[in-house]
Design a protein. Structure first.
Length: 290
């Protein structure tokens, strides 16, 4: 393993630096003394002084400097460790923000953000992409009959089925409790409907056993719509949701492709009543003497 000067202890650093200075001092002093005075009675005394004086100067100085440098190295290492822990923590936060913790699929916000980027990146006005909304049929009954942990297990199995069926560049995310969004780039509407059937069949044959040797068949309804870059996200989701509503209305466990004129989910009755009521004119209470 390669060892650097900064990784040594202050004592070793001081010893190495002092020894180097002493050797250089003796060499320089001996050379100069021989050139000017030759070898006489004071030659060896001069070499001794040349050897001892650097030690007396460099030992305290180098020890202090090395100790300070060692502290700086320790602080730097601690900072690097802290930065590494921060990177891990940031990666974990990013993972939690972008992915659903249960299924491992994209989270709602991350799915819609990537959906917008991918559909807007396609400058063509042709309907060459597909959006799906997948909803689990009678999911509330799974939670009510088998408990929420089993419901969570069912969602995890769905996530595995999506990853098994879809391509690497397809988007899939959990956009609601038991609702999933899928975006298929470079896919026509008929192709999207076929892929939807493949997904539906893959989920239907998934083995889900809430209890030992007791299998419950999971089915899904899927709404499919073609996507063009000029269409707003709200319109696309409305079309896919309308197709999904039609799939539910036709008996569930099927794939429906959106078509113009298709009837969507009706508005709540109370909202229709409020919208149809005429606005009441303001009453002048003071004019009536109240």
């Amino acid at each position: 393993m390669k060892t650097t000067m900064s990784s040594l202890s202050p004592v070793r650093q001081t010893a190495i630096i002092s020894a180097i200075v002493a050797v250089l001092s003796v060499t320089f002093t001996g050379t100069v003394y021989l050139l000017f005075f030759g070898v006489d009675d004071r030659f060896w005394s001069a070499l001794k002084m040349a050897f001892l004086i650097p030690w007396a100067i460099t030992i305290p100085l180098c020890f202090r400097m090395s100790k300070q440098r060692f502290k700086l190295v320790c602080i730097t290492n601690r900072l690097k460790e802290t930065q590494a822990r921060l990177r891990i923590a940031n990666k974990a936060l990013e993972q939690r923000a972008n992915y659903d913790g249960m299924t491992g699929l994209l989270s709602r916000d991350s799915f819609f953000n990537q959906l917008d980027k991918m559909r807007l990146a396609d400058s063509s006005d042709e309907l060459t992409n597909v959006l799906m909304i997948v909803d689990v049929d009678h999911f509330k009954k799974i939670n009510d009959n088998f408990g929420h942990p089993m419901g969570d297990q069912a969602l995890i199995l769905l996530g595995k089925a999506f990853r098994k069926t879809l391509r690497q560049n397809d988007l899939v995310g959990r956009i609601g409790g038991e609702e999933f969004g899928i975006f298929l780039p470079a896919t026509s509407a008929p192709e999207g409907q076929i892929i939807g059937e493949i997904i539906r069949h893959e989920i239907e044959k998934t083995i889900f056993e809430p209890y030992h040797n007791m299998r419950h068949v999971i089915t899904v309804s899927i709404g499919v719509t073609a996507v063009a870059s000029h269409q707003q996200r709200g319109v696309l989701l409305g079309n896919a949701d309308t197709a999904l509503f039609m799939a539910k209305r036709r008996g569930r466990n099927q794939v429906v492709l959106f078509e113009p004129g298709m009837i969507g989910k009706p508005e709540p009755v109370l909202k229709k009543v409020r919208d149809s009521e005429p606005a009441m004119a303001p009453t002048n209470f003071f004019a009536r003497g109240i």
